[in-house]
Design a protein around this ligand. Structure first.
Ligand code: FES
Ligand code: FES
Length: 160
């Protein structure tokens, strides 16, 4: 027998009738049609599914709807405002931060969380925070350049 859970996603409240242990990722993609958040491994190991829950970068595939209920959830769909891309989104375009693009929503959400707490994050901070966001295209150099740009400095090709 499903329960009803209330989640706020990108500022809009949704009541979802489902099983308590259903992953937030499935609810976002299947019930709310927010397919920007990607399914990678489904077991917390790749961070393709990263969303922000109360501002924290979180893997939606291993977060149950019951755990997420009552929280503010932000997904990639909520970043652009008034027709303007978020600066991190723009930086990924400017620095060719995507190849196939599959990992990019998760990369961007992790970077957004980092830059909110550390707007001029150092290369060491960027690498430490984003090292768990896997990119099967191995586009790490350009991803780092994008986050460097979003952190307000010129991309440094010699950075770690
Ligand atoms: S799909 Fe969630 S961590 Fe891989
Ligand atoms: S751009 Fe293809 S997985 Fe990262």
């Amino acid at each position: 027998m499903p329960d009803t859970f209330t989640i706020r996603v990108n500022g809009t409240e949704h009541a979802v009738a489902t099983d308590a242990d259903r992953p937030l990722l499935d609810v976002l993609r299947e019930d709310l049609a927010l397919t920007g958040t990607k399914y990678g491994c489904g077991e917390g190991a790749c961070r393709a599914c990263t969303v922000l829950i109360d501002g924290e970068a979180t893997q939606a595939c291993i977060t149950s709807i019951e755990t997420a209920a009552g929280s503010e959830i932000e997904t990639i769909e909520g970043l652009a405002a008034s027709g303007q891309l978020h600066p991190v989104q723009q930086a990924f375009i400017d620095q060719a931060g995507m190849q196939c693009g599959y990992c990019v929503p998760g990369q961007i959400m992790t970077a957004v969380a980092l830059l909110r707490s550390s707007p001029q994050a150092t290369d060491e901070e960027i690498v430490a925070e984003m090292t768990g966001n896997l990119c099967r295209c191995c586009n790490y150099e350009n991803i780092l350049a994008a986050v460097q740009q979003a952190a307000g400095r010129a991309p440094d090709a010699s950075a770690p």
